[in-house]
Design a protein around this ligand. Structure first.
Ligand code: LMR
Length: 396
């Protein structure tokens, strides 16, 4: 049975984790996987999460199955975070949500759900997008195509081309959009551009699927949700994939949510029943621990205030790192303009260097990033930034 198997290469992003860990050089720099790091280069557990965990241990009474939809309270709270408490789709009872194993689990549920809605649907992803998007949707048996998004040469959005491509789509198409902190480019739509994308979605009738893996890491919880809220208000049907990995720092607890908006309450209930069916046949039900922590935090005014502060610290550090890197590259004598990094948002940017230069950075300097030259700016620290800038200058 297994004799025909050929070895697969390591995942282009996750593979960097072990390569970095095994590198014995003391000056190595990890700009690979998208995880927050503090100024010391650690990924600590948020203080609000620690408190929620203590409360949880004291009050938890059972480990009995939670059911395919996960925690009803978590699902409700996460919808409020994404859409805002007063959003019309909530008042109209048009949203249903399920807890999922992380953002990736949410995307998997969405993919299987789309396949059940329309086996011939095409999923359109930005060029480029998070590489796992493509594997996930293809893995569900769906056709995946891309729309223009990022101009690698001028380091800016190809917005006119994007809009023109979306204008060709219709009811059999699903368009995956990144709510904020676009992965891998860091180049987000402005609010005015979101308005135009929303107008095309309503005109053409395609189904938007918004991946919100970084709410709070760009411009703050509310502004990062602008596109989600605007789109939800305008279209009859939409999917939302949310993750608590980054904004609650709950990476390994695997907690996210998949939301569906339907035309009315009755259709939303039918959509939920199909979602529950695909979940049962996939992983049966989500883990409960991460959801319980998020619930505990969002249900307490005190813990929520603490979370918002901790989230702001993470956001400000990441965005501060952007400006710092741009300055240090300039100070290292590089004349090429890297100013775009400071204008982009969230965890990632493309440096815009060649795969050979990326390989040299890794081999000669122990600087790790995805071969596309995507950097996770959270890995920059006051301590490593001069070394990093000089290494970049050297390979340029
Ligand atoms: C990333 O893009 O680095 C993160 O979303 C982690 C992952 O699973 O790839």
């Amino acid at each position: 049975m297994f004799n025909q198997l050929k070895p697969m290469p390591a995942d282009p992003i996750l593979g960097l984790l072990s390569q970095f860990r095994e590198d014995p050089r003391p000056l190595k720099v990890d700009l690979g996987v998208g995880v927050y790091k503090d100024p010391q280069g650690n990924t600590p557990i948020l203080a609000c999460v620690k408190t929620a965990e203590r409360l949880r241990t004291e009050t938890e009474t059972t480990k009995v199955y939670i059911g395919p939809s996960g925690s009803a309270k978590f699902n409700q709270l996460i919808c409020r975070l994404a859409f805002g408490a007063e959003h019309p789709v909530m008042a109209q009872d048009r949203v249903r949500a399920v807890s999922t194993p992380g953002g990736t689990g949410s995307l998997k549920v969405a993919a299987d759900f789309i396949k059940r809605c329309n086996p011939n649907a095409t999923v359109w992803v930005s060029n480029p997008t998070w590489a796992n998007h493509i594997s996930l949707f293809q893995g569900a048996g769906l056709q995946v195509k891309n729309y223009p998004y990022y101009d690698n040469v001028n380091n800016q959005l190809k917005f006119d081309d994007m809009l023109a491509a979306l204008q060709q789509l219709g009811a059999d198409d699903v368009v995956l959009l990144h709510a904020c902190c676009h992965n891998p480019t860091g180049q987000d739509l402005t609010e005015a551009q979101w308005d135009q994308v929303v107008a095309v979605a309503t005109e053409r009738g395609f189904t938007p699927l918004i991946d919100m893996a970084y709410q709070g890491f760009g411009d703050g919880l509310e502004r990062d949700a602008y596109g989600v809220r605007k789109m939800a208000q305008a279209v009859d049907a939409m999917l939302l994939c949310a993750s608590c990995s980054k904004n609650f720092g709950l990476y390994r607890e695997r907690i996210g949510a998949c939301g569906v908006i339907a035309k009315n309450s009755q259709k939303a209930e039918i959509a939920l029943s199909v979602m529950l069916h695909v979940i049962r046949a996939n992983y049966s039900m989500p883990p409960a621990h991460g959801a319980a922590l998020v619930e505990t935090i969002l249900d307490s005014a005190e813990l929520t205030a603490q979370w918002l502060e901790e989230l702001a610290v993470m956001r400000n550090r990441i965005n501060g790192n952007r400006a710092l890197l741009v300055d240090k590259i300039k100070a290292a004598g590089v004349t090429r303009d890297f100013g775009f990094i400071a204008r982009q948002k969230g965890m990632f940017s493309f440096l815009g260097i060649t795969p050979e230069q990326v390989a040299r950075l890794q081999q000669e300097y122990g600087v790790y990033m995805v071969s596309s030259s995507r950097i996770s700016v959270a890995g920059i620290t006051e301590e490593n930034v001069d070394y990093l800038a000089k290494a970049i200058a050297a390979v340029l």
